[in-house]
Design a protein around this ligand. Structure first.
Ligand SMILES: *[C@@H]1O[C@H](CO)[C@@H](O)[C@H](O)[C@H]1NC(C)=O
Ligand SMILES: *[C@@H]1O[C@H](CO)[C@@H](O)[C@H](O)[C@H]1NC(C)=O
Ligand SMILES: *[C@@H]1O[C@H](CO)[C@@H](O)[C@H](O)[C@H]1NC(C)=O
Ligand SMILES: *[C@@H]1O[C@H](CO)[C@@H](O)[C@H](O)[C@H]1NC(C)=O
Length: 409
């Protein structure tokens, strides 16, 4: 009885927040973005926005964005903003929206089912208003707090079945894989697009993270991306549609000869790519760093980043978001250290939009370990301080756009 009552109070609070938010947005600047050649620009005035995002995982087994057992949600949201990021790429699993045995489970029920009582106690302490909300509503609260903190948000469909990502054979890699049902995928995308369609800080929806695995092929990529993109656009015509490439989002080469056609819209389409130390098969641990960097950079350009450069060989130019990159921040991995130096040089010269992987300092549960530490995380395992201030200041150096106003192309 008591818990039912709490849930309904929390429900009311959420609804009130939504109303406040809607009212605020009547007077606030439109945040929605358009694509203009290789740039993301504000729909309202055509000025460039450079996305400097951090990834925040919400797609693992519990489906609750990580860290809410460590810090209050609003403090985390403002902390992200305070570190200079202007945006969060918030991941989610399709099942959170489409699977009837999951979507009406409360946060408390999910954590109890997963035998994460200790972690749940942390959530009760720091974010008590979340625990009796259905998981979808708790996720919506996170989006709202990010919104309040002035951040832009990209919702990233990371997996279908909530779990750690990504492996070739994890059943979530390509349409038709064990858990990757096409209809549920479209349904989930439309639900999430509809949930946030009045929030103009939800500027992008990434249709699927890191396509991969034995089933991947170009024809299906075109077919299903057009299907998903048109469906999302119909529900939410203002948000950017962000598309990932094959082979763990390293390969968009096929677009050079054949752009994605058959879309009901033009100026909302963006591509994303990922770049980790070994993504493009370059050994950054030994040999000449300049040479390794030149080879890797060239692979990234051929893989798709060259879409930002106009050429007569291609009928279009497009923005590219490097939506995942990251390193072990303990500093002892030479390949990681060399890679990130190369990466920063590349990003400084190319002025691309980006999202660091990831924010989280640890996980509720990953690989079966409760409180598993994330050494790539921007925040430490207590989620109260940056893990590595040196890396953070290097990231801050690529947060500002080089170009704004009148663009050469
Ligand atoms: C829903 O989720 C449950 C629990 O993970 C799973 O056993 C079931 O197969 C899922 N159903 C569908 C239709 O995806
Ligand atoms: C969740 O939904 C299922 C199927 O619609 C229903 O049987 C169940 O009672 C619901 N659970 C709660 C807690 O609302
Ligand atoms: C184009 O998209 C529509 C709607 O998604 C679909 O019905 C149609 O089959 C597609 N045509 C081609 C040639 O892919
Ligand atoms: C354009 O195509 C020509 C001929 O196929 C090729 O030699 C050249 O390298 C291409 N340029 C770019 C920028 O891809």
């Amino acid at each position: 009885m008591a818990s039912v009552r709490r849930a309904s109070v929390a429900d009311t609070v959420v609804r009130l927040l939504m109303v406040v938010l809607l009212c605020l947005c009547i007077t606030c600047d439109g945040h929605y973005l358009n694509v203009s050649s290789r740039w993301l620009v504000k729909e309202a005035d055509g000025q460039r926005i450079k996305l400097a995002c951090v990834n925040w995982a919400g797609h693992l087994e519990t489906m609750l964005p990580e860290g809410l057992n460590r810090q209050p949600l609003n403090r985390l949201a403002y902390h992200v903003n305070g570190m200079g990021f202007n945006c969060v790429r918030l991941t989610f699993a399709t099942y959170m929206l489409t699977n009837a045995t999951i979507y009406n489970r409360t946060v408390a029920q999910i954590f109890m089912d997963a035998k994460l009582e200790h972690t749940l106690r942390g959530i009760v302490i720091h974010n008590p208003e979340l625990i009796n909300l259905p998981i979808q509503d708790a996720y919506a609260c996170v989006v709202q707090q990010l919104t309040h903190a002035g951040l832009l948000i990209i919702l990233d469909n990371h997996v279908s079945k909530p779990q750690w990502c990504c492996a070739n054979n994890d059943g979530n890699g390509f349409w038709g894989d064990m858990f990757f049902d096409t209809n549920a995928w479209v349904q989930g995308l439309c639900l999430v697009a509809s949930m946030f369609k009045d929030n103009d800080q939800v500027v992008g929806i990434s249709l699927r993270n890191e396509l991969r695995g034995p089933k991947q092929n170009i024809n299906d990529w075109y077919k299903y991306m057009a299907l998903g993109a048109n469906a999302v656009h119909k529900v939410n015509p203002n948000t950017l549609i962000i598309l990932s490439g094959l082979h763990f989002d390293t390969d968009l080469r096929f677009l050079a000869s054949n752009h994605l056609k058959n879309l009901s819209f033009q100026d909302k389409l963006v591509y994303e790519m990922h770049w980790y130390t070994s993504s493009y098969g370059v050994n950054f641990a030994k040999g000449n760093l300049n040479k390794a960097c030149a080879i890797a950079t060239s692979s990234v350009m051929k893989g798709g980043a060259s879409m930002v450069i106009p050429t007569t060989n291609r009928s279009f130019t497009s923005p590219i978001i490097i939506s995942e990159f990251g390193i072990d921040q303990r500093g002892g991995n030479k390949a990681n250290n060399n890679f990130i130096t190369c990466f920063f040089a590349f990003m400084a010269s190319m002025d691309l939009d980006w999202a660091y992987w990831p924010l989280q300092g640890d996980y509720y549960i990953r690989h079966g370990n409760e409180g598993d530490e994330e050494y790539y995380g921007i925040l430490n395992s207590r989620w109260n301080e940056p893990r590595n201030t040196n890396l953070l200041s290097r990231l801050q150096a690529i947060q500002q756009p080089w170009k704004s106003g009148n663009f050469p192309f």
